[in-house]
Write a protein that binds this ligand. Structure first.
Ligand SMILES: Cc1ncc(COP(=O)(O)O)c(C=O)c1O
Length: 360
């Protein structure tokens, strides 16, 4: 039987890291930067309240939820688009803007999804050099050509945990050609506590050529429900709606996120927990001699160059104790692992296993 020939896809595939653990009953999963405390109990209650309401399609435009978001963050409802995770917003942006031969700029060690979708829709990806895992305005501008259409920037970035301050970000937008779309990914903005930092939404809520994305997968603990959103100019959002799949965000996701975003108490609890453990884990890493980023985000990038075990040895030893962290080969970051801050029990176990591995 002869099947139709599929389109040739040149992008790499996103590989999640859990396969090694499929047989284990309850692994400690510190590999995907998910929430340490889980979702707000109010979100869980709302999710459960749907009951047989699963029979109904969701509101395709998520009108009520967009209203809630607009009110919460003082934004315009018609400039918000919802996605099945912020991931889908990146896909839609690439689908809308990119043609074969166009170029996209991403920092050298930026979140992998940007390059996957950019290449999937025919663009060439140019990489801005980083110093100490941080891009600069200059290194990004150095990659601009007349073919540049989009610059993607996660601020803070995964897997490096680094970010550009608000002055640098504003400078970047000012210096970039105005017909280049700047996409700022706010996925981890809630964790940052630095007066010189400002989220994409804060900086660009009135901008016409910046699209900001946010997610409910990280601090809000709804990764499994798949819900995120984008904020951009009326014109861009309208165009994105034209290509958005209908019913792309499920009813349970809309219900849960509506409660999650309003539960400030739970959000603050998650931030407090993260700050506490970020400090504790950092102290341990420092004591062992593992180089890392001092961070407020909910993960660390660990480098093993100055200790007597390699990243892969440590990965395997952690795995043997039931702890899954993220390997960094796909990012081409040598001898490194990324570890997510978990709940208190998970963090204690991680610290004690790590100490045992290094005899400290
Ligand atoms: C920087 C960054 N942006 C976006 C995402 C994806 O979020 P979502 O689950 O909303 O697709 C992640 C997930 O790891 C991330 O690290």
């Amino acid at each position: 039987m002869k099947l139709p020939r599929p389109r040739k896809i040149i992008a790499e595939k996103y590989v999640a890291g859990l396969s090694l653990f499929k047989s284990r009953r309850s692994p400690i999963k510190l590999s995907a930067n998910e929430s340490a405390l889980g979702p707000s109990p109010k979100a869980v209650k709302s999710y459960s309240s749907i009951g047989k309401g699963f029979v109904r399609y969701p509101d395709s435009d998520g009108t009520f939820f967009r209203k809630v978001l607009a009110k919460k963050f003082r934004l315009k409802r018609d400039r918000i688009i919802l996605g099945s995770g912020s991931d889908q917003i990146f896909e839609l942006v690439c689908k809308l803007f990119l043609n074969k031969g166009d170029e996209v700029i991403v920092p050298e060690y930026s979140f992998i999804i940007y390059r996957i979708y950019s290449r999937m829709f025919g663009a060439r990806v140019r990489y801005a050099k980083e110093e100490n895992f941080k891009p600069s305005v200059k290194s990004i501008l150095d990659q601009v050509t007349r073919k540049t259409k989009i610059v993607f920037l996660a601020n803070p970035n995964n897997p490096t945990g680094t970010y550009l301050d608000k002055f640098q970000i504003l400078k970047l937008r000012k210096k970039l050609r105005s017909d280049i779309l700047l996409v700022i990914d706010d996925a981890y903005y809630e964790y940052i506590n630095d007066p010189n930092y400002a989220s994409g939404i804060r900086l660009f809520s009135k901008s016409k050529n910046v699209l900001v994305t946010r997610t409910f997968s990280k601090i809000y603990g709804l990764a499994g429900l798949r819900i995120g959103w984008g904020y951009g100019s009326k014109e861009i959002i309208k165009k994105l709606y034209e290509i958005k799949p209908p019913f792309n965000v499920s009813r349970p996701a809309l219900f849960a996120a509506t409660q999650a975003v309003q539960d400030t108490k739970w959000l603050n609890k998650a931030i407090k927990h993260n700050n506490f453990w970020a400090e504790k884990i950092y102290e341990t890493l420092d004591e062992i001699g593992i180089t890392t980023n001092k961070t407020n985000v909910n993960f660390f990038l660990l480098n093993f160059d100055f200790v007597n075990k390699s990243a892969s040895q440590v990965f395997n030893k952690l795995a043997n104790s039931g702890i899954l962290v993220r390997q960094m080969e796909v990012y081409n970051i040598k001898n490194s692992l990324r570890v997510t801050i978990g709940n208190s029990k998970e963090n204690k176990k991680f610290i004690s296993v790590l100490r045992k591995i290094f005899n400290v």
